[in-house]
Design a protein around this ligand. Sequence first.
Ligand SMILES: Nc1ncnc2c1ncn2[C@@H]1O[C@H](COP(=O)(O)OP(=O)(O)OP(=O)(O)O)[C@@H](O)[C@H]1O
Ligand SMILES: C[C@H](N)[C@H](N)CCCCCC(=O)O
Ligand SMILES: [Mg+2]
Length: 199
Amino acid sequence: MKKYFVTGIDTDSGKTVASAILVEKLKADYWKPIQAGQPTDSDTVRSLISNDKIIHPEGIVLDAPMSPHAAAQLENIELKAAQFQTPETNNTLIIEGAGGLLVPINDSEFVIDLAKPFDAEVILVSRNYLGSINHTMLSINYLQTNNFKIAGIIFNDTPNPATESFILNYSKLPCLGRIEPLTEVNKSAIQSQLQNISL
Ligand SMILES: Nc1ncnc2c1ncn2[C@@H]1O[C@H](COP(=O)(O)OP(=O)(O)OP(=O)(O)O)[C@@H](O)[C@H]1O
Ligand SMILES: C[C@H](N)[C@H](N)CCCCCC(=O)O
Ligand SMILES: [Mg+2]
């Protein structure tokens, strides 16, 4: 089973939108290990994809729309990376993180610490905004310095060729595609983006 861990340069970078596109493109399963707040990303993905795909139950759902370490604290729960195991499937699995790479799940572990024990290749979603070069380069630097397997980068929203070419030339990472700005994020918008992703 091939596993991809979809992370982003920040919260709201477009991980859920990218995950829905990847699930459709690869005919993959989807799993969100840590959900903080409602509506759940699993429900959002369900509303965006065709209904023959499998969405596995979340590892944990926390009430507060906050960093997982803080949302867990509010419920007197202690999260540990080691408590999460990928669901059983023979299919490709798209795993969505929460927020950016270094969002904490407790005092010493981060969301990205789930990717290696899951044996998942990382896909980094980089939304184009003023400031995204810095966020993207810091994220890549962390992943490369810490020897993560990186499948590549997906750029999201308004294209910025100068930003994208700098990031790709410097990092030498593959570009897995570009998600266009969508006037409405719905099933047909997701379908329209399948051709823009190569994986
Ligand atoms: N290309 C796009 N065009 C238009 N809207 C977009 C696009 N990408 C993402 N959005 C919207 O931006 C918001 C954030 O996107 P999304 O939920 O995918 O981010 P996320 O990285 O999954 O966030 P979280 O950290 O909460 O999981 C959503 O409302 C989504 O519909
Ligand atoms: C609730 C939100 N949608 C995400 N699931 C969690 C985002 C945490 C961000 C923490 C931070 O980087 O400061
Ligand atoms: Mg999301």
